[in-house]
Ligand binder design. Structure first.
Ligand SMILES: Nc1ncnc2c1ncn2[C@@H]1O[C@H](COP(=O)(O)OP(=O)(O)OP(=O)(O)O)[C@@H](O)[C@H]1O
Length: 649
């Protein structure tokens, strides 16, 4: 499996950073591991984020920790980076070489891409083909993004051409950069850049040129940190605004001038109402996790920001919506914010990537805790929760993150390394309610597993502390509600356990997407109880779409549920929810084979109605609080009466 023949030419080895939670007495607790021979096994086993290790990681680089330890971190964060040769990118492409950095991206090759709309700008193969500006290009190289991922290949040229965009791509496939690069590049080219600093002083109103909205505080911070990396040493000023922390500090930061504001809607509205932020200069608007942002709980807030403040209308600003899922109803809402947009669907949108091995276990409610315990014990003692997990991918790096049938086939040194990695892999456990999260945290701790809970009832400092502790490996189990289900890019999450199934299949897709990111494999285990039969059909469909084998009992339940009139998600023709353009006029639609960028024969997808009730969020989640539970199915598309967004600032 690890034979030399599978290896591609690589760059010379150099010491690799070893994350704290993967250091062990065997390797002397060294932060850096000399990656001498055997190069592949050692470096990859120890450094599951090849080369991106300490640098250029995407979302979730643990900004808070670094920032607090070192106030000058921003200046120093690239210090250790060597700048790769300017011609490297072209050389790799020309010679069809595969660098370490390239490997994660390879996992997303050969996936279907649908782009529809008028005059869709063609995709590119390299970052070099796009005029992003020298500063940004240098930072892309600093981040070791050697080749664009498919969503980046397609979305960036569209966005750089100034087109509005609704883009769907699988979790962990690089959407953040896909909207950040065009925005940063656009802001850099904008002659109004100088205007932002005008005024100054305590009464200045910040007039950003770009606004990026995200549904949670943590995700906003993550995007902010990513954007700062991409804009490093350029003139572009980036700020973040989110709730749960002092607004005054954030306002003081805005007074210094801001080009790109990353914000959660609640805090942004607050700032606008205090006349501290004006949206009148907005040229770029991006909504990350757009379907969440536009679902019925938050649509009023978004409408307020986008339509009722002073933001320029569609057509005069550029609007980009990104998510891994885009249900029909949300697409309909979204089109109000867009003008002559391109719809882009990359991969089996709405399904999970097949880099994630999905397991579903039938577990009764009362048995869940013991089942979890035995799963974790098994994982701790032999690195594999169960003995018969099939590898979904031959991706070598992914092997690290997949459980394996047996370690016997590996030679002693490798086995030790694998053992170490799998034992110390991070596990994310999703539960339905905040109370359950706290209870499970305590129960796991009592039973010898270091766990920490994260949910919307915790104050922001506690939430950040929980995330930090998890990321660093100090607390390798995070028990979370759906507040952690979207967008978070936490390196080394090897296992996502749905202790409680989510209320809908969209959330399932996002939850399990916390593993199997950036081309690596991951494992997702679902505890399916008799409370979850309404999900049987959609779950079986998502598994099928992701090349996973659904257990017979699940398929049986799915069939029974269908026979009784229950809906599923996958539309006729096997295309997933959200992965097609709702607009009727798809005459100009083209489907690309991503490798060659040539239109495929049939770009047509049939639209069918979506099983609307499955869009509902949990009544006890961290996004929604039902203010009026007098359900009015006729008035509300998803069955709830009026729902207000709360705890979402
Ligand atoms: N071109 C690239 N080369 C190498 N790594 C990349 C590239 N683009 C993105 N990444 C890395 O891939 C990871 C996932 O990216 P990102 O968080 O943007 O995914 P996403 O599609 O937004 O996921 P989600 O749907 O969960 O929000 C990040 O760690 C990021 O640094």
């Amino acid at each position: 499996m690890f034979s030399e023949s599978t290896r591609k030419p690589t760059r010379p080895t150099r010491p690799r950073y070893l994350p704290r939670h993967m250091r062990s007495p065997q390797n002397g607790n060294d932060a850096f591991l000399d990656t001498g021979a055997p190069e592949l096994t050692r470096s990859r086993f120890y450094s599951p984020q090849p080369v991106q290790s300490t640098r250029g990681r995407g979302r979730g680089r643990g900004p808070w920790f670094t920032a607090r330890r070192n106030p000058n971190w921003e200046d120093e964060k690239f210090d250790e980076l060597e700048i790769v040769d300017d011609t490297l990118e072209e050389a790799y492409v020309t010679n069809n070489l595969q660098a370490y950095e390239d490997i994660p991206v390879q996992a997303y090759e050969d996936i279907p891409v649908q782009a529809s709309g008028d005059n869709v700008p063609p995709p590119v193969k390299t970052f070099a083909e796009i005029d992003l500006g020298d500063g940004l290009k240098l930072n892309i190289r600093r981040c070791n993004y050697i080749k664009p991922t498919p969503i980046q290949r397609h979305a960036i040229p569209i966005a750089v051409a100034g087109r509005d965009l609704m883009a769907c791509a699988q979790t962990g496939s690089g959407k953040t950069a896909a909207f950040c690069f065009p925005i940063i590049s656009g802001v850099l080219k904008n002659t109004l850049l100088v205007a932002r600093h005008g005024g100054g002083g305590g009464n200045a109103v910040a007039c950003p040129l770009a606004l990026i909205l995200a549904p949670t505080r943590e995700l906003s911070c993550q995007i902010y940190e990513e954007a700062k990396k991409f804009a490093y040493m350029t003139r572009v000023q980036i700020a973040v605004a989110y709730g749960g922390t002092s607004i005054y500090n954030q306002l003081r930061r805005l007074e210094r001038g801001v080009d790109i504001l990353v914000a959660t809607p609640g805090r942004l509205v607050d700032m606008i109402e205090r006349a501290k932020v004006s949206l009148k200069m907005i040229k770029y608007l991006a909504l990350d996790e757009a379907d969440r942002m536009l679902d019925m709980g938050f649509e009023p807030q978004i409408r307020r920001i986008v339509e009722q403040m002073d933001m320029p209308p569609p057509g005069t600003r550029q609007t980009m919506l990104f998510s891994a899922t885009f249900p029909d109803e949300i697409q309909r809402f979204a089109s109000d914010f867009l003008s002559d947009y391109v719809f882009l669907a990359v991969g089996r949108v709405g399904s999970s990537t097949d880099l994630i091995v999905q397991r579903v276990e039938l577990v009764q409610e009362m048995d869940k805790r013991n089942h979890l315990l035995s799963l974790l014990r098994s994982q701790r003692s032999n690195g594999t929760p169960h003995s018969k997990v099939q590898l979904a991918s031959s991706n070598l790096i992914g092997v690290l993150f997949c459980t394996m049938p047996s370690l016997d086939s590996y030679k002693h040194a490798d086995k030790e390394i694998l053992f170490n990695v799998l034992q110390h892999a991070l596990t994310l456990v999703f539960v339905e309610t905040k109370r359950r999260a706290d209870e499970l945290e305590r129960w796991l701790s009592r039973n010898g597993f270091s766990a920490i809970a994260m949910h919307g009832d915790k104050v922001q400092m506690e939430r950040e502390q929980a995330l930090r502790s998890f990321k660093s490996g100090a607390t390798p189990i995070l028990v979370a509600t759906d507040v952690a289900s979207r967008g978070l890019d936490i390196p080394h999450v090897a296992h996502v356990i749905n202790f409680d199934m989510p209320k809908n299949i969209v959330d399932y897709v996002h939850r399990i997407g916390r593993t199997g990111r950036a081309g690596k494999c991951g494992l997702a285990t679902a505890f399916f109880s008799d409370k979850n039969f309404n999900l049987a059909k959609s779950l079986a469909e998502v598994m099928k779409e992701s090349n996973q084998e659904a257990p017979t009992w699940l398929v049986q339940h799915a069939e029974n549920y269908s026979a009784s009139g229950g809906g599923g998600w996958v539309r006729r023709g096997g295309v997933d929810f959200g992965g097609y353009d709702l607009r009727e006029d798809i005459a100009s639609s083209s489907t690309y084979n991503d490798i060659y960028g040539v239109p495929a024969i049939d770009g047509h997808y049939d639209a069918v109605s979506v099983d609307a009730p499955t869009l509902l969020g949990s009544g006890d989640d961290d996004y929604l609080v039902a203010s009026d539970m007098n359900h009015n199915a006729a008035a509300a598309p998803y069955g709830y009466g009026s729902i207000v967004a709360s705890g979402w600032d």
